[in-house]
Structures are given as structure tokens and as C-alpha cells.
Design a protein around this ligand. Sequence first.
Ligand code: T4K
Length: 369
Amino acid sequence: MSQNIFVTRSSMPEFDEYIDEIKGMWDTHWLTNMGPEHNKLKELLKDYLGVPMLDLFTNGHMALELSLQALKLQGEVITTPFTFASTTHAIVRNGLEPVFCDINPKDYTIDVSKLEALITDKTCAIVPVHVYGNVCDIEAIDSIAKKHGLKVVYDAAHTFGVTYKGKGIGSYGDVSCFSFHATKVFNTIEGGAACFADAEFGLELYRLKNFGIRDEETVDGVGANAKMNEFCAAMGICNLRHIDEEIEKRRLVVERYTERLGNVSGIRLNSIQPNVVTNYAYFPVIFDEKLFGTDRDGVCRALAQHGIGARKYFYPITNTFDCFNGRYDANLTPVALHISKRVLTLPLYSELSLADVDRICDIIISCKI
Ligand code: T4K
């Protein structure tokens, strides 16, 4: 039996390339606290992502949580429940109240036609999520936010390297936060970044990732420790050298899945949006049990029996989490609820062979009744 296949597999540089990048640390003994690797990666990413300013963090979650804190928000934040726990938790951990807007069934991002009705005099911000590498309706969000004086903080965890209308996706909104987790298109083992254009906001954010320290004798913010260390930054520097090649390999995998599954009735695939250069971050498939004959869970079990680990990103949706003790009504986000019960994200990474993609597709097609 061949080796197990997981939903993804971390990209890593050649061993010697990484060793070359970290060797200098045995001379300097400089391991963290905004060292040379950290600063080098920051500059490289600013160029690659096409953003005015950027800061690095221990992970995408802390970039998001501290960005919300740095904006000094109070009240309600409109967001979507079709996301990873991080998005909702970053809001709640800031003492803010999440108000859940539904998603649209086309690209799974916030349904802008339902957004304005949720705005009250307590609303202070919108936290939309660019899900799976799909881009939110940026223009509509921008005009609603401007009309009502709201901040926009994008959860851009899935959209590393994506561009919209020729501009880096991180340059939209007041802040955009990326994840560089091991499972992402670009990884720094653990890591993340916040991108912004306001230097004053950037300074506040920088202090919050370093305990709220202003200088050696002044601590005037209640911060956290969210600094990216030198080993993670070095991994990022190496991985960034190969990123275009990685994305191209992912494109070939997605192309093969699309060829094999695109015309199967009862299966709906993700489509690439106009004006977007995508990064092929995830391969979500929606199963319509009535047409396909087997439901999402049945397909997931069949794949698992062959050692293939597809994942239900994102099920359950965050407004049904046990930690919220029934405080939110998921029936108010019916599209998110519907999609979350039918979606399966298939294995996708640069080293996934086309023969393995064919094997995965054969198993899925064999589930059709
Ligand atoms: N916002 C959104 C929309 C997000 O999706 C995320 C993270 C965040 C914010 C927060 O960003 P971070 O704070 O994480 O930077 C994973 C990731 O842990 C998480 O980063 C990601 N989203 C989420 C969608 O997926 P799990 O619990 O599903 O991962 P896990 O450990 O089951 O790994 C999945 C597969 O990846 C494994 O089966 C094999 C492979 N893998 C995993 C690890 C840990 C590797 O090849 N190497 C590895 O080191 O959450």
C-alpha cells in the first residue's frame, strides 16, 4: 500500500539551503527579538506582496488579534462564520462582539448584499475572510465601510501572493493579515504578517507584539509576545526563493483535479475569479448528495479507507462552536451552514503527483451512485 496522503504537506527548502541561511547564527547567537533574518524577510515580503508596510508575527492569529487591538476598537464587528476558529476568536479575545454575516454560495466570502443590514450604531469594523484564496468583494466592502465610518481588517490567511486588479491583496483594507503556518502556500514553520499603510498604526502594532514596550523604561501598552524568531524567518527566506515554482506546481494539480472532476454531476468545484491571480491554496469540493448519491461524509470516509486525508474546512462553522454556548443562531447564516455540511477540501500541495490525484479522483468517482 502506498504512503498516506494528507490534505497538505509543508513545503521545505533543500536541507543545505536552510543550513546556509541559519549558519551565521552560530557566530552572532542572535536568535529572536527582531534580528537580521527577521528584518531581511520583512523587506523581501514587502516587495513580494506589493504592500506599503508590513510586520511579522509568531503566527497569523496573533497578527489578526493584535491588529484588532491596535485599532482600539469597541463594540460589534461584522464577520463570517465560514472560517477557521482564529478569525472569530481574535474578535472575541479583544472583548468585541462578533456579528455573523452569511457568505455567498459562489466564492464562500462575505455576502455583501446582507452586510449593511447588520450595521448598528455599535458596529466598529468588518473582518471579512478571503476564503481558500478567493477574494472578497473588495469594492463593495470598501464603499460600505467608508459610508459608515468602519475599519476593515481582512483575514488574508489563505491569500499569500494573490493579486486583485494587479495589486497585492494585502494592500486592501486598513489591515490585511496573512498566515505563514506550515500548512500554508508559503510557510515560516509558524508565522504571520500584518500589512497596512498607516505608519502610526504600524508603530502601535509593533509595540503590541513586544509586550507594549515603548522604550527600556516605558511600557504604556498591554501587549503580548508575538515576535517571529530567527529560525522561522530563515525558513521564510528560503521558501520565498521557490514560491513561484511552488504555486505553478499547485496549478498543475488543480488543473488535473478540474479535468477529472469538473463534469461529474453532483460535484461543484471552486472557480477562479475575474481580475484575480490566485495561489491555488485549497481545493474545496461541494457534494450535492441528491445528485451524487453519496454525501460528503461518505466520500471522506471512502478516501480515509485508502489512507487519504481530505479535510472538512470549514466544518463546523464558528457560530456553532461549543465555547459560545449557543449564543449565536447559525440559522441566520444559512448558506454558510449549508456549505459547511457539504464541503470537502482535497489534498493539495506542490509535490502531490498527478498519479496520486488520479487515484484520489478514481476513489471519489467510485462513490457516485
Ligand atoms: N484565519 C484563517 C482563515 C485560517 O485558516 C487560519 C489558519 C488562521 C486565520 C490562523 O493562522 P495561524 O495562526 O495558524 O498562522 C490548520 C492550521 O494549523 C491552520 O494554520 C490553518 N488556518 C487551518 C485551516 O489548518 P489543522 O488543525 O487542520 O492542521 P493539521 O495539524 O491537522 O495539519 C493538516 C495537514 O497538514 C496534516 O495532515 C499534514 C500537514 N502538515 C501539518 C503540519 C502541522 C504538514 O505537512 N506539516 C506540519 O508541520 O489546522
